[in-house]
Ligand binder design. Structure first.
Ligand code: AP5
Length: 215
């Protein structure tokens, strides 16, 4: 399976990707996760990306494309991959097509997870993530049993820097202006699939698998 996950911030791309990697045993390539790690490690790239991410804007294409290409060349991507949060604009999508063509591993599908705007703010302001195992929770929809502590590994939960209301608004605007047009881009290529991302997470996952398996 060679897949791009599309959807607004908070649509549940990361949540579904984590379940897909377990079922299909292929890696998730999340540009957001890679960039956040670079910020946390204080690398030169992380220093450049930090302020941009905190404003809710897109990191320059050149940086992101380099990261993705390096990751796709690793051996574990030979059996498939899930691109989560990439591409983010038409220039990235075109560069990705060329890259995948050169690597002879073209996309099978682009899956759009559709969620009404009104739900996204609550999902994002309520999101909490485990510092150790990256398990995700939501204080409104799926809280951990003990506040601030991961049920799975006992790690500390944190709130993302860009999950503040003002930054979320900017991220949603950036999505509408730059990323939403990719739905049409992949529709024209004939590989677009979509699911409604509202309801129980496991029910959405069943719909995702059915759509991807052509059922
Ligand atoms: P990135 O990390 O990609 O963030 P995003 O696209 O804004 O997406 P999110 O991770 O916020 O949401 P998601 O759809 O994965 O939802 P999740 O599953 O977490 O990007 C962050 C930043 O990095 C960008 O702003 C940019 O600066 C930079 N960047 C990244 N990629 C880039 C690129 N390619 N080019 C340039 N810059 C780039 O779920 C959200 C919450 O909802 C969780 O709490 C979850 O538990 C909950 N939830 C999930 N499903 C449900 C459900 N069905 N019902 C109720 N709650 C649910």
């Amino acid at each position: 399976m060679r897949l791009v996950l599309l959807g607004a911030p908070g649509a549940g791309k990361g949540t579904q990707a984590k379940m897909l990697i377990e079922k299909y045993r292929i890696p998730q390539i999340s540009t957001g996760d890679i960039l956040r790690k670079a910020v946390a490690d204080g690398t030169p790239l992380g220093k450049e990306a930090k302020a941009i991410m905190e404003r809710g804007e897109l990191v320059p294409d050149k940086i992101v494309l380099g990261l993705v290409e390096e990751r796709l060349k690793q051996d574990d991507c030979k059996s498939g991959y899930i691109l989560d949060g990439f591409p983010r604009n038409t220039a990235q999508a075109e560069a990705l097509d060329k890259m995948l063509n050169d690597l002879q591993m073209p996309l099978d599908s682009a899956l759009s997870v559709d969620v009404p705007k009104d739900d996204l703010m609550k999902r994002l302001t309520g999101r909490r993530t485990c510092k150790s195992c990256q398990q995700m929770y939501n204080v409104y929809y799926s809280p951990s049993k003990k506040e601030g502590i991961c049920d799975k590994c006992g790690g500390e939960l944190f709130q993302r820097e860009d999950d503040k209301e003002e930054t979320i608004k900017r991220r949603l605007d950036v999505y509408d202006a730059q990323t939403a047009p990719l739905i049409e881009y992949y529709k024209k290529k004939g590989i677009l699939k979509s699911v409604m991302g509202v309801g129980r997470i496991d029910e959405i996952f069943s719909k995702v698998c059915a759509v991807l398996e052509g059922k």
